[in-house]
Design a protein around this ligand. Structure first.
Ligand code: HEM
Length: 200
């Protein structure tokens, strides 16, 4: 395997080029789109992509990694902690940043915030959509805080980036597992709220 498929980055770039080609063809044959509309589409694309990666990691951690660590022998556990966990942690931390930043920008392009700044006049959003969106945002921000204030600090101890007593490391391991579970719980209503807000 080489060339365009040689690294995940190149494969991702190939997918992005193919997507943009489809978008250009669709725009050329359609009735046109204004600049804000185009930005909103691209933002939504990035937002959903980042959310897929983040939630993919949440599912991976809960259904695969924690189970594998519980079942593995000592060398296996060491290998998982050395080769897999740091990469997973870096990926979900970055994906969570991108999801929140693009989500915050979408609040403006979708009219939930500052509609009259982006468009010619304020955007009317029905109450039901506002409830769905803001409930989704609150739950998603709780997920974000769990990642950066509970899971990552705990993982730093588990991975030995920070040193601590055996009791502290054991408590950190339990904390990471608990908040990974909470993020699995919250990922379900957040996804429903976001999709329902966008399509109702
Ligand atoms: C785990 C976190 C999140 C997930 C899984 C998620 C997922 C999604 C999904 C699937 C959509 C629907 C796109 C569509 O069907 O068009 C969406 C839309 C949206 N999301 Fe998120 N999102 C998350 C976090 C956030 C955050 C933190 C914010 C704001 C700070 C946000 C703001 C928005 C907005 C404004 C829309 C567009 C809604 C509309 O057009 O009515 N999201 N999100």
């Amino acid at each position: 395997m080489g060339g365009l498929l040689g690294t995940p980055g190149k494969a991702l770039a190939l997918g992005a080029v193919a997507s943009l080609l489809v978008l250009v063809v669709a725009l050329a044959t359609g009735s046109g789109i204004d600049a804000v509309g185009l930005i909103a589409v691209l933002l939504r694309w990035l937002h959903v992509g980042a959310a897929i990666v983040w939630l993919g990691m949440v599912w991976f951690v809960n259904f695969i990694k924690l189970v594998a660590i519980a079942e593995a022998d000592q060398p296996g556990r060491g290998a998982i902690l050395k080769h897999i966990v740091p990469r997973v942690a870096l990926t979900f931390r970055r994906a969570s940043h991108l999801t929140v930043v693009t989500g915050a920008m979408l609040l403006f392009t979708s009219g939930y915030l500052g509609g009259s700044l982006v468009y010619a006049s304020a955007v009317f959003i029905p109450t039901s959509r506002n409830i769905l969106m803001w409930a989704g945002v609150v739950a998603a921000m709780a997920m974000y805080m769990f990642v950066h204030m509970m899971i990552w600090p705990g993982l730093r101890l588990v991975l030995g980036i920070e040193t601590g007593t055996a009791e502290k490391v054991a408590a950190a391991r339990a904390k990471v597992a608990t908040y990974a579970r909470w993020n699995l719980v919250l990922s379900v209503p957040v996804t429903l709220a976001m999709v329902a807000a966008a399509h109702s």
